[in-house]
Design a protein around this ligand. Structure first.
Ligand SMILES: Cc1cc2nc3c(=O)[nH]c(=O)nc-3n(C[C@H](O)[C@H](O)[C@H](O)COP(=O)(O)O)c2cc1C
Length: 195
């Protein structure tokens, strides 16, 4: 453990981290996520991060380069790592791009592999274990099953990390605010985090 990484939290209080993965602001996925979050109790802390505003460099796979060459996270990477570790609940709010998460979301998840590699310094896997992973997405296709690859990515990631896959919410829409017409999903959003 180094002093560049936040100490492990011992609180049992819930803290939700919302990671917004759209490449536009004011999109449907964020709107749906905010509808769901509005139902969280007031004492549940919320942090919202827009991945596009915290661009991570291309991920370098340094796992097998012989020495421990991965530098400790700094800048936006460190902010994302600290926020990830501090949350009890991680909500990936990514639109469906080509049947999976957006590129910004994917790069963030790729960095998890780097953080896993910083074993002694971060102990990422131990500290992620037991957290809940949620997925929220909006897709333009009529068939919500088209989001299965995105939800499967998140569910399998949760399994690998020893996290709890808490479930997915799939809305329908293409142009901004189309989600307003998806009344069934907006209704489901009200109880999504209560499940
Ligand atoms: C790069 C890109 C890829 C997309 N791929 C899909 C797709 O595979 N399936 C689908 O139903 N919609 C797809 N869409 C449509 C978006 O999911 C839809 O417009 C959604 O409402 C965008 O969410 P946002 O408003 O939160 O950005 C794609 C849109 C973009 C920009």
């Amino acid at each position: 453990m180094t002093d560049t990484i936040n100490p492990e939290q011992h609180s049992t209080e819930r803290k939700f981290l919302f990671l917004l993965g759209s490449s536009r602001t004011g999109g449907n996925t964020e709107k749906l996520a905010r509808k769901a979050a509005a139902q969280l109790p007031a004492d549940v802390e919320q942090q919202w991060l827009r991945l596009r505003d915290m661009p991570l460099p291309d991920f370098d796979d340094l796992r097998h380069t012989g020495d421990r060459t991965r530098p400790l996270p700094t800048g936006d990477e460190k902010l994302l790592l600290d926020a990830t570790l501090e949350a009890t609940d991680l909500v990936i709010a990514s639109p469906l791009y080509w049947y999976t998460v957006s590129a910004d979301t994917k790069v963030y998840l790729d960095y998890w592999a780097g953080w896993l590699h910083l074993r002694e310094q971060v102990r990422f896997k131990e500290r992620m274990a037991g957290k809940k992973l949620w997925g929220i997405t909006v897709i333009s296709d009529e068939d919500p099953a088209n989001a299965d690859p995105l939800l499967g990515t998140l569910r399998l990631t949760a399994d690998y990390m020893g996290m709890e896959w808490a479930g997915g919410l799939v809305g329908h829409g293409n142009r901004p605010d189309d989600i307003d017409a998806d009344t069934a999903t907006l209704t489901a959003a009200k109880t999504f985090f209560a499940a």
